[in-house]
Design a protein around this ligand. Structure first.
Ligand code: EPZ
Length: 422
């Protein structure tokens, strides 16, 4: 186990480059199962969820060659298994994408239930609805999801709720199905688009990703043979944007796609924070010299304000001038981090799906514990902004989604040390 020890109070300044998107990479790696051949993927983030995907692929029989920390070559031609054990699927959420990809190529899958951050109930009924509409029989019991089919047939799938995971899983299943699938009420996140682009690069026929109607015309097989570069991480970029603002700093984030950050930029500008994009749309500079003013957010599916930026926004609201509000519009409960911020001197009250932030002039460092990936990132931002020393426990959550987070922050002037605790 490890913790980060943060000496706070230093405004961040300088330039930081964003890595490839975790939530795109954890969909694209399982998607390589569909390919009867080799492919190369680069701009992969070097994070623990990627290592888990590679562990599963190797166990299934794929050959993986690491060209570098961020580029790999994968050959799934000789995959000889369609089972993924619970011991590994329980460690992260995206393990469930192996259901869609194994079912699509091998007409069967037996995959342990997924893990992932605890935001209350996270059912997979829409995934199952989609698989069944395509002609699969799906059983979910004893911590294992079993799916099989005589052959998947394209169909219309109208989701009852906008779901990133279900959109991705049904896209994977439909890619090699016979006929055409139309997904309606689809998720529009950048990582959904990135998966569609990857699959099309490898020979699929997917139209409309990024809108709420996605049309997938099944093809007999994917032959691969290309290299694909993962889209920059919208949430990592947003995390550094908010860290710049919360520390009253001046930071340029590079290797990003500013269009994906519009909801975050708009909110920061509303709070009196300077946000400047470059003409090429791949760099954004955030600077803050005055105390931000209050604001309100309701998290929504893309292009709304991302739920994965909610804890980070909560830190900024905690030290802004006035009363701010966050309503969590995607998950049942995603405010566990506010108890930790209150230990640092914030004044937050949670009432169901809404949190009320009475802004305080500053936070004061103390030991806190991360309860999930983005909450961990938020507590690091809080420690950087706070006066004094903050110790953030539960860093294993953060390592799931951020590559070398303390190194990147220290290059911007933060004072963070990673310490092993027993
Ligand atoms: C993905 O989770 C992301 N994870 C999450 O990011 C992100 O918070 C979430 O999308 C929303 O953007 C990955 O991509 C690996 P959903 P997912 O299905 O797919 C309900 C991070 O920090 N729902 O879009 O699980 C669900 O309970 C992580 O990187 C059903 O009811 O999210 C939730 O309330 C945290 N039935 C809402 O839909 C279903 O079958 C949205 O969930 C599926 C979902």
């Amino acid at each position: 186990m490890e913790k980060l020890v943060i000496e706070g109070g230093t405004p961040l300044s300088g330039t930081v480059a964003v890595n490839g998107a975790k939530n795109a990479a954890v969909a694209i790696l399982p998607a390589t199962v569909l390919i009867n051949g080799k492919c190369r993927i680069d701009n992969l983030p070097n994070i623990s969820d990627i290592k888990l995907c590679c562990e599963i692929l190797k166990d299934l029989g794929a050959e993986i060659n690491f060209i570098s920390d961020e580029e790999i070559e994968i050959d799934c031609t000789n995959i000889n298994k369609t089972e993924v054990p619970f011991e590994i699927t329980r460690k992260f959420r995206a393990s469930y994408y192996f259901i869609g990809s194994l079912l699509s190529r091998f007409k069967q899958a037996k995959v342990g239930s997924p893990g992932g951050c605890n935001f209350g109930s996270r059912p997979i009924d829409q995934h199952i609805k989609g698989f069944e509409l395509l002609g699969a029989t799906v059983e979910s019991e004893g911590g294992v999801i079993t799916a099989d089919t005589e052959g998947l047939i394209g169909n219309r799938v109208y989701f009852d709720i906008v779901s990133v995971g279900a959109t991705i899983n049904v896209m994977l299943a439909a890619t090699l199905a016979e006929g055409t699938t139309v997904i309606e009420n689809a998720a529009k996140e950048p990582h959904v688009v990135d998966l569609a682009n990857f699959l099309n690069t490898m020979g699929a026929d997917i139209r409309g990703a990024g809108t709420d109607i996605i049309k997938i015309t099944g093809v007999p097989e994917l032959t691969g043979g290309s290299t694909y570069s993962i889209v920059p991480d919208q949430i990592e970029a947003g995390t550094y944007m908010i860290a710049a603002a919360a520390s009253r700093g001046n930071v340029t984030i590079t290797n990003c796609i500013t269009k994906h950050l519009d909801s975050i930029s708009a909110k920061l500008i509303e709070m009196g924070i300077s946000v400047v994009e470059n003409d090429d749309g791949d760099e954004i500079t955030v600077s803050c010299t005055e105390r931000p003013t209050k604001a309100s957010i309701k998290t929504m599916p893309y292009p709304g304000f991302p739920t994965d930026m909610q804890p980070q926004a909560g830190v900024l609201f905690s030290i802004s001038d006035g009363t701010s509000y966050i309503t969590e519009g995607v998950f049942d409960s995603r405010f566990q981090y506010t108890d930790e911020l209150n230990k640092l001197g914030a004044n937050i009250k949670v009432n169901g799906k809404t949190a009320v932030f009475e802004g305080v002039p500053s936070l004061t460092g103390c030991p806190v514990t991360a309860c999930d990936l983005r909450a961990g990132a938020a507590l690091i931002i809080a420690g950087i902004a706070a006066q004094g020393t903050t110790e953030v426990y539960g860093i294993e959550y953060v390592d799931r989604g951020y590559q070398h987070i303390e190194e990147k922050f220290n290059k911007l002037g933060a004072k963070i040390k990673r310490v092993i605790v027993d």
